[in-house]
Write a protein that binds this ligand. Sequence first.
Ligand code: ATP
Ligand code: MG
Length: 429
Amino acid sequence: MVSRKQLSPNALKVLYRLKDAGYDAYLVGGCIRDILLGLEPKDFDVVTNATPEQIKKQFRNCRLIGRRFRLAHIMFGREIIEVATMRGHHSDEEQDEKNKSQASEQGQLLRDNVYGSIDEDAERRDFSINALYYSINDFSIHDFAGGMEAIKNRRIELIGDPETRYREDPVRMLRAVRFATKLDMTIAPATEKPMFQLASLLGNIPAARLFEEMLKLFLNGKAEANFHLLRQYGLFTYLFPALDKLVNKHPDGTEYQLVTQVLKNTDKRINAGKKVTPAYLIAAFLWYPLQSLSNRITAQGETPFNAFNMAMNQILSESAKSLAVPKRFTIGAREIWQLQHRFDKRGGQRAFRLTQQPRFRAAKDFFCLRAQFEPELAELAKWWDNYTEQDAGSQKRMVSDLNKGAKSGGNYRRRRPRKAKSNNAKRHD
Ligand code: ATP
Ligand code: MG
């Protein structure tokens, strides 16, 4: 049912090398699942009974990685084949003596390096559709958890007792959502039920891991569907609490509409093979929380410019408690935010200078998107759409036309001569 033509030649090389060295080796997880569903696998994961050290001895191009979960990466140029050693069950003895596996008070697995047999390995995987093994010995699929049936019925079902499995690793809740939308499947009732109650366990997951999962949810071409499903299960609030609160307050408000539109556009871009920077997503997800905080600070007597800067810092540090967004992306989000205030300043060289900013494209896209939901920005957004399509000569004309408009009562104000060296504080008035 799986033909070798559908498999990566590098993955086959790894399987044969391990087999020839006397080990068992299988392809497992997403690649087999996706091939059976007629999708193109994203990557190929191998599982074997060789230990990481034994794997390393077989390959020159091998790196051992991970602490919580040790594995081998076999490098073939840009393709990496991940090779894991089969995982087994944990006994209390092993926990105490060897410290190979470790669980927290909530039952969460902190370390998972106890090796085992293939059927044990299958039981430790998350969903039945992810526990299908393709053997290089007989070219057949080994199904230990009813994965074939689940594929046929298009069902996401956890292996074992759902509550225990979510407690071991609450990220499985996010994975259930991601696979349901990606594969167009339904989450089985028993797998769905504990989610509502256990959602808060996501609060115990390191912010760096949640950031990784967030990217997988929103940069895989199913962002909009994931947003709705995450909200339905009460999971979204563990990724973006501030936005979730606003959306709950105004269920069909501007916040909800803008984010939905951003995610629609993101999906369109990703599905057309284009890139979306996480900085843009972060800027969009946190824009209205930023606005609302900034307004509150202004109401307390700060200048809008100061309030906006204070609010940016506060929103980003609040958000960092749930999501560890790497600095390069928060810097990008800040730049996109700051440029939002410069679109109404077009006179002289200002419009041109704005287009020279490194984040201009993203900032302008976001500004025009906001204009779809904030009618007072509509005219300005139209001007910018037009401006960015013109050649330099026409652009100059557009700006000098503004100038004329100003004399007859338009919105362009001539720049007053500068008094002090730095008048930054007035830039956002
Ligand atoms: P994709 O790569 O398309 O997102 P995948 O199923 O390959 O999907 P990975 O995150 O690459 O997902 O994980 C590979 C395999 O490892 C999974 O198919 C599953 O069997 C197992 N796995 C991954 N994460 C977990 C987890 N949190 N709990 C249990 N098993 C897991
Ligand atoms: Mg994978």
